[in-house]
Design a binder for this molecule. Structure first.
Ligand code: SF4
Length: 256
């Protein structure tokens, strides 16, 4: 299966009427963090060995109720010219302090990077963050913003573009003994090891990755986070077919 995401032309030149799903938190992340997801693998041009342990595939391979469709709707919406306006309104309405892009999915092209940058510029009081393996793209539109944290993630095709002395980065380790000096071990993996997998972490009892550059509510620091490998990754070869883009509304309806 091709790893390339569908293109703008596949979505059609006309405005697609698709609703964005922005959720407030999940079973691990505080409701103070708005989450925006995209389909796994098909929007991950930098994916590499991570495909063998990606836990974000689970809801798509397992066809969890509505999850694959919602991710595809978000993707189609992200192609629209109205995406920035819609996201700004959704994030404002949600009222969360942080927005995390891509618990699933990734930065799939440069135009999308620019759109996320525009969203963050319009919402200077919200802190944005994401993990990415798309280091082949120009990430400066995001990293140059005072309210946007980009955590470069090992395990993909562009690991050689990560500077561990300077970049915020994350990596997956198989054993706690692999943790390097200066790296922070994500407590979620430790809790899962000790059978406390139902605890909540990000934004509740750990803010390590949720740096708040604007207000410095969290002490500014280079993020060097190590995640313990979860051995329940799912096989991406069994992903369901992409959701088809919705038909554009009839011309008359668009002018009403
Ligand atoms: S280190 Fe803390 S903030 Fe970062 S992912 Fe783990 S629990 Fe969340």
């Amino acid at each position: 299966m091709s790893r390339n995401p569908p293109t703008q032309s596949q979505a059609g030149k006309l405005l697609l009427v698709v609703s964005i799903l922005l959720s407030l938190g999940n079973d691990k992340i505080s409701r103070n963090v708005a989450l925006f997801d995209l389909p796994v693998k098909r929007t991950c041009p930098g994916a590499g060995e991570c495909l063998s342990y990606c836990t974000s595939m689970k809801p798509e391979v397992g066809r969890w109720n509505g999850v694959p469709a919602a991710r595809w709707r978000n993707f189609w919406a992200s192609l629209n010219d109205t995406f920035v306006d819609e996201m700004v309104a959704k994030i404002r309405d949600g009222g969360a302090c942080w927005t995390r892009f891509h618990v699933s999915g990734d930065l799939y092209n440069q135009a999308y990077v620019e759109k996320l940058s525009n969203i963050a510029r319009r919402l200077p009081d919200v802190n944005f963050f994401l993990y990415t393996k798309s280091m082949h793209l120009d990430l400066t539109p995001l990293t140059s913003l005072s309210n946007f944290t980009v955590i470069k993630s090992f395990g993909g095709r562009y690991d050689h573009l990560i500077d561990v002395n300077k970049d915020d980065y994350s990596r997956v380790i198989e054993d706690v003994n692999e943790q390097r000096k200066g790296e922070f071990l994500c407590p979620e993996g430790i809790a899962a090891l000790s059978g406390k997998s139902d605890e909540k972490f990000c934004g509740y009892n750990c803010n390590y990755c949720l740096s708040d550059k604007k207000t410095e509510r969290t002490e500014p620091h280079q993020i060097k986070v190590a995640f313990l490998l979860k051995r329940n990754g799912w096989n991406g070869n069994n992903l369901p077919q992409p959701l088809k883009p919705p038909a554009p509304p009839p011309a008359g309806a668009r002018n009403q």
